[in-house]
Design a protein around this ligand. Structure first.
Ligand code: PGA
Length: 257
């Protein structure tokens, strides 16, 4: 049985300690004691120690939105994985579409970072997803299969099942609504088939595949009973504690009344 998981990256939406503190506090008090599903929050690097303190005594895990491709050395402006480990991070997000598009991150870099996560004991959340152009050119399958390959290939068999695949169709990020349920359902099924084909049935049954891209409380309700959707990766619509709570509860199949 795959345990459901819901998490949120604050991206750079939260840019003050005060805002981060009230958001973290609100989230901790609303969902910090439930343990039906796994929860995580990924703030900007400098907020990690604060989030760590705020989530102390709750079930909420935290992590980073990226990590350096090297362990140590002359890499100005980068953050080494060992510091994330020492800060108690559980997760590291990798390969987000914004990092690929704006900061030249590549499949190769993602694979190296997955290897570092294994070495340091952090769980990678690897984003994958086709662009609108991929759909137009009828190459979504190729893009997704290639990304799955890079996400999993540089990990041991044992570590592969710790990796979370975050399916984020690039065209559905930052929109008013997420992709529709049928499309998400179909693609998650296809992704699990790809994992089975390239890495075996056992991993395909174990690996968690979560959906991201304009996730709202409505999306959470729609996707709560979709077999191959193991979780949600929330962006803008999780930046109010009450909304994040609704998303969590809706995805669990509970009402908020
Ligand atoms: P969004 O972000 O929900 O604000 O579209 C999702 C993401 O990029 O993970």
């Amino acid at each position: 049985m795959r345990k459901k998981i819901v998490g949120s990256s604050w991206k750079m939406h939260i840019n003050s300690f005060d805002d981060a503190s009230s958001l973290a506090q609100g989230i901790a008090s609303r969902v910090g004691q439930q343990d039906d599903i796994d929860l995580f929050i990924l703030p900007s690097y400098p907020l990690i120690p604060m989030v760590k303190a705020m989530f102390n005594g709750t079930v909420i895990k935290y992590g980073a939105q990226n990590v350096a491709v090297a362990k140590q050395g002359a890499h100005t402006g980068e953050v080494p994985i060992n510091l994330l480990k020492e800060l108690g991070c559980t997760y590291v997000e990798l390969n987000h579409a914004e990092r690929r598009a704006n900061y030249n991150e590549s499949d190769e870099m993602t694979a190296i970072k997955v290897g570092l996560c294994e070495e340091y004991g952090l769980k990678p959340i690897v984003c994958i997803g086709e662009t609108g152009e991929d759909i137009k050119l009828n190459r979504s399958y190729l893009t997704l299969r290639t990304q799955v390959m890079w996400a999993l290939s540089n990990a041991s068999e044992a570590f592969r099942k710790e990796i979370i695949l975050a399916y984020e169709p690039v065209w559905a990020i930052g929109q008013q609504e997420s992709a529709d349920k049928t499309y998400i359902e179909k693609t998650h099924r296809m992704l699990r088939d790809i994992v089975a084909l390239d890495f075996g049935e056992e991993l395909a049954n174990q690996i968690r595949i979560i959906y991201g891209g304009s996730v709202s409380p409505q999306t959470a309700m729609e996707l709560s009973d979709v077999k191959d959707v193991d979780g949600l990766f929330v962006g803008r619509f999780g930046l109010q504690p009450e909304n994040f709570e609704k998303i969590v509860n809706n995805f669990k199949g509970e009402s908020n009344d």
